[in-house]
Design a protein around this ligand. Structure first.
Ligand SMILES: [Fe+2]
Length: 418
């Protein structure tokens, strides 16, 4: 039986099954664990999470009504679906006075093309300024990040799709624009404050400014780099951080992303070889957005991966990215690679079989589980158009929540791979 308790109702001996509320307030990188120490308890009580989901069967202390515990009926769906009043002030759009009205792809495409051209020029000017050793003015970039954020809000796929096409000589500049757009989209999905969203957009525009310290012959070299050249390339995060540190009004998020967007969670990245909890959320986000845009970019000499191919490959690189955050990044783009467990609006679960690899394309799903009866059903395949209403794919679901304890084996069996 699962119980929902307020953070102040948590006790040592309770087994945390999940956290509710803003993911960023979640004080632990693991979401399922036994509360064993006073320090863990203090971190939970001092966090901003809305509530905790406690698994009674794994707890040494039974949640009591006196602690505000409310039993969760599993048949009604995951904890987030339970009829609990959501108090979060960070609902999408809550901090923006009036979100722009959505428009069609064709309408936004025209505006996005103009905005990309303007943004590319602004980033080129900013790089030129940096090359001359002059301070970078963040205040010129903030309105640009805001416009990019508004374009994504009007139609998420227009700008993100267009900016993937990059000629060789404009790659660095358009890559900065793309990372800006991806960071804004991702930060909004994580329900970060709008101020942080904008700062992370500026961070995307500035993250590679240290590349001005790399000679073009090295930066644009298509072949393998020698030791000296690699050292030059790996110096760009520190060079960028130093340059931005000497500039006024640079958001702290931009300094952090510039310095640490090439770190890896296993500590093999550069420049500081940070790992685990030493890596900030901003650095983890920057690493994901940076690589995702690089591998999905259409270049004259390199075929781009589709977004689904990119995500599947990134998930398969052990120790590079934060796996939970990478899942959330995929969710932010509405992309679920083959093999992902998804929930349908009619209360069934399915496994994604495939799609064309792009966001917003029809998706084939193998449906195999009924959430109402908590039983497997005879599996069947169904295609879902992006415009499907009911049933439709509502999003990724958690194998752990449904107690699919050996998910890899179960998935292989359902897919006929076992
Ligand atoms: Fe970089």
């Amino acid at each position: 039986m699962l119980f929902r308790v307020a953070p102040e109702g948590a006790q040592i001996g309770m087994f945390v099954h999940a956290f509710e509320g803003r993911w960023i307030d979640h004080p632990f990188w693991r979401s399922r664990f036994l509360i064993e120490t006073a320090d863990q308890l203090a971190r939970i009580r001092g966090s901003g999470v809305d509530a905790l989901v406690i698994d009674r069967s794994k707890s040494r202390v039974v949640p009591e009504a006196a602690t505000g515990a409310v039993a969760i009926e599993r048949r009604s769906g995951p904890p987030r679906a339970v009829a609990v009043e959501r108090r979060s002030p960070y609902a999408p759009g809550a901090l923006r006075a009036r979100p722009p009205a959505p428009v069609s792809y064709a309408q936004e495409k025209r505006r996005a093309e103009r905005l990309i051209g303007k943004s590319k020029q602004a980033v080129m000017d900013m790089f030129d300024t940096a090359r001359l050793g002059r301070a970078v003015e963040a205040k010129k970039l903030a309105p640009l990040a805001r416009s990019i954020g508004q374009s994504i809000e009007r139609h998420s796929r227009a700008l993100l799709g267009l900016v993937r096409l990059k000629a060789k000589d404009e790659y660095t500049y358009l890559h900065s624009v793309a990372v800006c757009a991806l960071m804004i989209n991702f930060a909004r999905h994580l329900k970060l404050d709008e101020e942080e969203v904008q700062a992370l957009g500026v961070a995307g525009l500035l993250h590679d400014v240290g590349k001005v310290a790399i000679a073009d012959a090295v930066l644009l070299k298509p072949g393998k780099l020698d030791t000296r050249e690699r050292a030059m390339v790996e110096g760009h995060p520190r060079a960028g951080h130093m340059l931005l540190s000497q500039s006024p009004d640079i958001p702290a998020a931009a300094l952090e992303v510039a310095l640490h967007h090439h770190e890896k969670v296993d500590g093999t990245g550069y420049p500081d070889r940070l790992s685990g909890d030493a890596l900030s959320l901003y650095a983890r986000m920057g690493a994901i957005c940076d690589v995702y845009d690089a591998v999905t970019s259409d270049r004259p000499y390199k075929a781009a991966w589709t977004p689904c191919e990119a995500l599947a490959a990134m998930q398969a690189w052990p120790g590079h990215f934060d796996p939970d955050l990478l899942d959330r990044f995929a969710d932010s783009l509405g992309l679920w690679p083959p093999g992902t467990l998804v929930r349908l609006s009619d209360g069934h679960l399915g496994i994604v079989l495939g799609s064309g690899g792009e966001a917003g394309e029809a998706m084939r799903v193998r449906i195999f589980f009924d959430c109402d009866t908590l039983t497997e059903i005879a599996a069947y395949d169904r295609e879902f158009a992006p415009t499907a209403r009911d049933p439709r794919v509502t999003g990724r679901d958690s194998p752990a929540f449904w107690r699919f304890d050996d998910w890899e084996t179960m998935r292989a069996r359902v897919l006929g791979e076992a």
